[in-house]
Design a protein around this ligand. Structure first.
Ligand SMILES: Nc1ncnc2c1ncn2[C@@H]1O[C@H](COP(=O)(O)OP(=O)(O)OP(=O)(O)O)[C@@H](O)[C@H]1O
Length: 327
């Protein structure tokens, strides 16, 4: 797919470019996006993360041409999503969050219709491959109404890819789907990414984002608060996590830095001295601990740290963002 991607003056275009994008609702009273600027390079596997209401869907809807920005510009491989909508839309394969489908057609028919929509003819070989890769071959002639929720989601993925778009956008594709579909989906999307397709993923499954995405942006209340390579985000934050089980109440002094799930407690520590300090506090409070282990902080820890605003915000200038893509 790379050969489709145009270059100007030797510098390759970003796959997606968000420039100072804002979005207001309720007659301008509520600002859901506030000056969002970043580029996604061609061939990247990029993750967009943020808590509920951060503005992810608003940003994706503007990218898809389903909503209009209140300010700023968005382009896909150089095509402006408003002024050059048809060209921008052709470059995009969007897997929506909601299960929208036409109940009157079979799976194969719906893929043929979608091919026709993008003006792609003689597409049977690719449709067969999509059906095979997404485990839908035996459902090709089934009516959309007869499919389970997970199967419908597979069809949505196939529909998004039917015109072989260079840029693939997945908005919460694994919400509520079983392990088998996740694995099938990620193997296929990772293959397409290796072949040169750019992938933009929004997800609440942080372990998926950590495993798949080379770079991540985190949105909080409509602003970018972190934008970096996944490995650098993990390196730059709390280095270690103490994990243990306890039935006792934690000493109050540890509560602000603890993540408690039932009996399991996780406390972050930046270095060995901090680990020792936490253990000493637990001992002094006679708090019995079981199954103590010290592990590396994961993306969930980093995400929580950034969202709780304990760490310095990492909003970057456009120049820094460009640098990140080029590096
Ligand atoms: N049509 C609308 N009218 C008014 N407010 C809206 C509208 N759409 C979204 N919002 C508000 O804008 C903010 C951002 O919403 P958005 O759906 O973009 O967030 P999100 O990051 O996708 O959240 P989630 O993870 O829950 O899907 C929220 O506060 C939401 O309530």
């Amino acid at each position: 797919m790379r050969e489709q991607n145009t270059s100007t003056a030797g510098k390759s275009l970003p796959a997606i470019s968000f420039q100072n994008v804002s979005k207001t609702y309720r007659g301008g009273q509520f600002r859901a996006l506030d000056g969002v600027s970043f580029d996604i390079g061609q061939g990247e596997f990029f993750g967009l993360l943020g808590p509920n209401g951060a503005g992810k869907t608003s940003l994706i809807s503007i990218l898809a041409g389903l909503a209009q920005a209140s300010g700023g510009q968005v382009s896909v491989l150089g095509a402006d999503v408003v002024k050059d909508y048809a060209a921008a839309r052709r470059q995009l394969g969007i897997v929506p969050q909601e299960l929208v489908f036409d109940p009157f057609f079979s799976v194969r028919e719906s893929l043929r219709i979608q091919s026709g929509y993008f003006g792609v003819r003689n597409n049977e070989a690719w449709i067969d491959e999509l059906l095979h890769e997404l485990g839908l071959s035996d459902k090709a002639n089934a009516n959309m109404r007869q499919l389970s929720g997970g199967m419908k989601r597979r069809v949505l993925v196939a529909q998004a890819l039917v015109h072989r778009p260079p840029v693939i956008v997945l908005d919460e594709p694994t919400a509520g789907v079983d392990v088998e579909l996740r694995q099938t989906l990620w193997q296929f999307i990772a293959r397409l990414n290796r072949e040169g397709h750019t992938v933009l993923l929004t997800t609440h499954y942080l372990e998926e984002a950590e495993a798949l995405c080379g770079r991540l942006a985190m949105l909080k209340q409509g602003r970018i608060v972190a934008l970096d390579r996944t490995s650098d985000l993990l390196k730059g934050r709390a280095a270690s996590m103490l994990r243990f089980k306890t039935d006792a109440a934690l000493p109050e002094v540890l509560l602000p830095q603890a993540r408690i799930t039932g009996r399991i407690v996780q406390i972050k520590a930046h270095d060995a001295a901090e680990v020792e300090q936490v253990l000493a506090t637990l001992r002094a409070a006679h708090c019995p601990v079981e199954d103590l282990e010290i592990g590396r902080a994961d993306l969930e820890d980093v995400f929580l740290e950034i969202m709780q605003g304990e760490a310095r915000p990492q909003a970057q200038t456009q120049a820094q963002v460009q640098e990140g893509v080029a590096a």
